[in-house]
Design a protein around this ligand. Structure first.
Ligand code: FUB
Length: 461
């Protein structure tokens, strides 16, 4: 009877509504999201804001991935300014694409020649390791407009690289993806093509918009799309133009997102289709401590109109619905999460990426964990603690939910000396739940780090 009551309680709790999963990264400020779908997984390439300096002070790029659109696994930072010997500052917006089994990550940065330049890093894996493919920039010509590269490979195999701020340029990439043929072409910007252009004073044909930066180039159902950050009131819009060819002529279509309370001047977007849905990626300054220089990626789902036009999309706190689930009987990285508080991410050679900086009342939330019809018997986690006192509590469906297992941590001999700890389940759990890994402790002063957390698994025995 007791056992059945526990199962009923757990099932009721699993119905609880989950609020606020935007921004989708909370462990750091991850702006300029560039999604890529590869082999059934969505990869999201981002920048890394360092707020507090009143400018886009950025030194590295990051990768995350998801197979359900709500839980994101942090793969750390495979490239930084130091990866490019010609780069000295401004690790700004970037995009990665797969071609012939290799991954080309087009980045922009301030060069040692004191301009902005576009470079490309290459890897055999979407999460790296990446290395500078050329040892020099791919595009460099003294301009500060060489930012925000976006790349698309057409059905005939021809790849196009677009980029720009204030101006929109493109080149045709060669098959090797790290060189180009022909001239750099400037795309005509006017009211008809991109809603307007900076400096247009015409009263007969005034600007409805204008191309600012952040182009996102893609093809869908034989139509070419160029989403871009346009000029709105008090901040950027996400606007778009379409074309029947990869090099234009472009026709301005309108604004997708404008006048949203994003707490950020910029919004830098990306669009993908995944598992039958369409998603708009953008960034906001809505994380605590965030703002125009502390931005983080957010996602909204939308549906194209039957004629291929894009409806207007509002920014939400809730974000998107899950399109997959987590198997708790296979090792899950602790850095896979839908939401988190009071923790951060660290990476090193030995362990890879793990959750660090855990503090009292912090937690990570993992959504859509499917325990199936038979309850697990125990829970294991790989944890490291330089000093004792920390407790990892596993709770169901909310931070105040039932504690189904907990691990009281002894010292493991160092903050990077990970050990696997196993504890019994306190109650039976079946079905689908949100699982909260809550950071607690005994006699801990506020602010003290509790433990580091590498991975977890539920055991059937
Ligand atoms: O993140 C730095 C710059 O801000 C990007 O390159 C632009 O697109 C804007 O988001």
């Amino acid at each position: 009877m007791k056992k059945h009551f526990a199962i009923i309680l757990a099932t009721i709790a699993s119905v609880s509504v989950c609020l606020a999963d935007n921004p989708v990264v909370q462990t750091h400020y991850a702006p300029d999201p560039a999604p890529m779908v590869y082999n059934g997984t969505v990869y999201m390439y981002t920048g890394d804001d360092i707020p507090g300096f009143d400018f886009y002070y950025m030194t590295k790029w990051r990768v995350l991935s998801s197979t359900d659109m709500v839980n994101w696994t942090d793969h750390g930072s495979p490239i930084a300014l130091e990866s490019f010997k010609w780069a000295r500052d401004r690790a700004w917006a970037a995009q990665c694409i797969e071609s012939n089994g290799k991954f080309y990550w087009y980045i922009c940065a301030q060069s040692t020649k004191n301009d902005m330049a576009i470079g490309v890093a290459v890897s055999d894996s979407p999460t790296g390791p990446f290395k500078d493919a050329l040892g020099k920039p791919l595009i460099i010509n003294g301009s500060w407009s060489n930012i925000d590269p976006t790349v698309c490979i057409d059905d005939d195999g021809q790849a196009y690289l677009y980029w720009g701020n204030g101006s929109l340029y493109y080149v045709k990439l060669n098959k090797d993806m790290i060189s180009y043929s022909g001239d750099i072409v400037a795309t005509p910007l006017n009211v008809e093509t991109f809603g307007g252009v900076r400096g247009n004073k015409s009263t007969e044909n005034p600007n409805k918009d204008s191309f600012v930066e952040g182009p996102w180039f893609y093809k869908r159902n034989s139509q070419y799309y160029m989403m871009f950050a346009g000029m709105g009131k008090g901040g950027e819009t996400l606007s778009y133009s379409t074309s029947s060819g990869p090099m234009g002529p472009w026709k301005y279509q309108g604004k997708i997102m404008e006048n949203q309370k994003l707490n950020s001047f910029t919004n830098h977007g990306g669009i993908i289709d995944y598992k039958g849905n369409s998603y708009l990626f953008y960034h906001s300054g809505l994380l605590p401590g965030g703002g125009s220089y502390g931005r983080a990626a957010a996602i909204e789902q939308f549906s194209y109109n039957p004629d291929g036009t894009i409806p207007s999309v509002s920014a939400t706190k809730e974000g998107v619905s899950p399109v997959g689930e987590i198997n708790p009987y296979k090792r899950v990285e602790a850095e896979t999460m839908a939401w988190s508080q009071k923790c951060s991410i660290t990476q090193n050679e030995k362990t890879g990426v793990y959750v660090s900086g855990t503090r009292l009342k912090g937690y990570t939330k993992v959504r859509e964990v499917n325990f199936g019809s038979q309850s697990p018997k125990s829970f294991s986690a790989s944890l490291a603690a330089g000093v004792d006192g920390g407790i990892l509590e596993v709770r169901l469906d909310s931070v105040a939910g039932a504690i189904i297992s907990s691990i009281q941590l002894p010292r493991t001999g160092g903050w990077d000396k990970f050990e696997t700890f196993t504890s019994e389940l306190k109650q039976e759990v079946t079905g689908k739940h949100d699982v909260y890994f809550c950071f607690n402790g005994q006699n801990i002063t506020a602010g003290r780090e509790l433990f580091n957390f590498d991975y977890w698994i539920f055991n059937k025995k």
